[in-house]
Design a protein around this ligand. Structure first.
Ligand code: 3PY
Ligand code: MG
Length: 264
């Protein structure tokens, strides 16, 4: 089963909605990929996920035909290449703050002459007929995260780097870097202004813009504003919310143990 391509989705739809995976389990990955999402992201940065979990999760997602993205732990070439070899169609690279950072991420995603990716598509080649360096360079997407005030200041220089397919905003880190509370459901004027300014730059340049959405209302709002890549809260957050709602509706007091409202 060849998965749908992210490029195809972005070309054919005004907006797409993705599921976000933080739990190290192939069955929860399979469940989420069989709901209503257009793509799923496996979060190696803040999810509780290791490489063998990643492989099993990619196999779980493959049963649905949805494209999988991996958020790497950091902007690290070896990690990017291993995620792609295992079957991710693209990566979301956190904390890209300079053109040098962006170049590093892009080059790890592409085979020569466009980059430095090393040949060895162990699992991903099975799922895409005729997978070769040229077709892989076309298929694979490199999404960079803009999530600091510094990155917003340098966004034009960063987006001048060829080969960036999308920009994904991390509203939590963006808030923290501006001295504001971390949230994926921002209301503060300065926080919103930073987000809007990233979106406007992407729209001017025709770059896909994405963002983590803390609520369905916010996902609708950002969709109306033109974000093409919306991410839902993690399955861990959704599970927690569903369990709390059940307890509440069954007449239980919710004893808050820890903050536990997740990072997205
Ligand atoms: C952030 O909000 O900082 C993210 O990285 C998305 O969860
Ligand atoms: Mg972040």
């Amino acid at each position: 089963l060849s998965p749908t391509t992210l490029r195809g989705l972005w070309d054919s739809r005004s907006t797409t909605l993705g599921g976000w995976l933080a739990l190290p389990d192939s069955f929860s990955a399979e469940i989420v990929s069989r709901t209503g999402f257009d793509w799923v992201l496996i979060d190696m940065q803040h999810g509780l996920i290791g490489y063998s979990d990643l492989l099993a999760m990619l196999q779980g997602i493959s049963t649905s035909g949805l494209p999988a993205l991996v958020r790497t732990q950091w902007n690290d070439e070896s990690e990017i290449m291993k995620a792609l070899d295992a079957g991710a169609q693209g990566v979301v690279v956190p904390m890209v703050n300079s053109p040098e950072d962006a170049r590093k991420a892009v080059r790890a995603c592409r085979y020569p002459p466009l980059g430095i990716r090393s040949w060895g598509p162990t699992r991903v080649a099975m799922h895409h007929a005729g997978y070769d360096p040229t077709s892989a360079n076309k298929l694979t997407v490199c999404v960079i995260m803009i999530e600091t005030v510094d990155a917003v200041r340098r966004i034009d220089d960063i987006l001048d780097v060829p080969g960036i397919d999308g920009v994904f905003i991390g509203p939590n880190d963006l808030g923290v870097s501006a001295g504001l509370p971390p949230t994926a459901d921002p209301t503060d004027g300065e926080h919103m202004h930073l987000i809007e300014s990233i979106l406007n730059t992407c729209q001017k340049r025709g770059t896909i813009a994405g963002i983590a959405c803390g609520s369905p209302d916010l996902a609708r709002k950002w969709s109306d504003r033109g974000f093409q890549m919306l991410a839902a809260p993690s399955e861990a957050s959704l599970l927690r919310e569903a369990a709390q709602n059940f307890c509440r509706q069954a007449g239980r007091d919710i004893h808050q143990r820890g903050r536990g409202d997740g990072y997205t």
